[in-house]
Design a protein around this ligand. Structure first.
Ligand SMILES: Nc1ncnc2c1ncn2[C@@H]1O[C@H](COP(=O)(O)OP(=O)(O)OP(=O)(O)O)[C@@H](O)[C@H]1O
Length: 305
């Protein structure tokens, strides 16, 4: 992370009716990062987003968004941030266009064409003049995202942004998030259970469990920490006689392809040098762990609510 974090959460506690939800929440998000916020049902992701947006106040601890305390300077934080929640806060009796026009005026958006641009970007141009009450879940979600980005916020809080979307909608929304981040440097915090989708857009991940962030990092960092052994899939003509080659566990994946398991990344160059002396080596690719594999390793068998 470069410079001061855009989101800084230190030792936050929050409970409801005496039941603790967040016990010691500490994390930071840098400017321009897309961070996935992951945790089981009921672990407090939405509660965290509501704290960051100043809708809820923490019982203890400190929160800063862009240097402002959402509890004290809620309006400033809300001006610089966009939020997409389950309900999205849209008016069913108004059309899609009327909703965006209404919020554009409320947010002081002085950019002619912004509403139409967003309706088109989210595939809603044809439905723009239909009442939102008649929209499908996916259409409402896309309109909610359009509303969240209307005022070109520096930071976006997205709670399950692709829930209920069809494959085209998912691609549209994830593509939009990525291009917003690349072109405008928008910082994004995404809560989601859809780990494969998170992997397509996030730079880094925070794992929430038991009211605190128990692990964080990029996929490569998490993989190095939790799966230090490297499995290398090698295309080679080496003849494997048993489950080992020079003491290294080896498995014939299919004819001409062997998976070797090395203790660590640092062992790869030396191993490949030796292998290349013994046999022809056509390619060598490390087998990557996906976010889901890491999730279960990090979270263990802990279930949500
Ligand atoms: N306003 C509230 N009053 C009472 N309890 C609440 C309130 N808001 C949240 N909770 C409780 O706090 C806990 C955390 O809820 P939260 O919605 O933040 O979890 P989450 O991680 O977003 O879950 P999910 O993955 O299911 O969306 C849950 O037990 C929930 O019932």
């Amino acid at each position: 992370m470069n410079g001061n974090p855009l989101i800084d959460v230190q030792g936050v506690r929050k409970g409801f009716a005496g039941r603790p939800v967040l016990t010691e929440l500490t994390f930071a998000v840098g400017r321009g990062e897309i961070v996935g916020f992951i945790g089981p049902n009921g672990s407090g992701k939405t509660t965290t987003v509501r704290l960051l947006n100043g809708v809820l106040a923490p019982d203890a601890g400190h929160i800063a968004v862009g240097g402002f305390d959402p509890g004290r300077d809620g309006d400033r934080v809300r001006r610089m941030s966009g939020i997409l929640t389950e309900s999205a806060g849209l008016y069913g009796s108004m059309t899609g266009r009327e909703n965006l026009r209404f919020f554009a005026e409320l947010y002081g958006v002085d950019e002619p064409g912004r509403v139409d641009e967003l309706l088109a970007a989210f595939g809603l141009a044809d439905a723009a003049d239909r009442k939102v009450a008649a929209y499908s879940t996916g259409m409402r979600k896309r309109l909610g995202l359009a509303k969240a980005v209307l005022h070109r916020p520096e930071v976006l809080f997205l709670d399950e942004p692709t829930n209920g979307l069809d494959p085209e909608g998912i691609r549209m929304v994830l593509g939009y998030i990525r291009s917003l981040n690349e072109q405008e440097g928008t910082t994004v915090l995404i809560c989601s259970h859809l780990l494969q989708q998170l992997e397509l857009v996030c730079h880094r991940y925070l794992f929430l469990l038991g009211g605190q962030v128990v692990e964080q990092g990029t996929l490569a960092e998490l993989e190095a920490r939790h799966f230090p052994a490297v499995t290398l899939e090698v295309e080679t003509d080496l003849a494997l006689t048993d489950g080992r080659y020079r003491g290294v566990p080896a498995r014939q994946v299919r004819p001409g392809r062997i998976a070797f398991t090395l203790p660590g990344r640092e062992d790869v160059p030396g191993f490949l040098r030796i292998l290349a002396q013994d046999a022809a080596v056509y390619s060598a690719v490390p087998v990557r762990r996906d976010l889901e594999t890491l999730y279960f390793k990090i979270m263990g068998g802990e279930a949500g609510e």
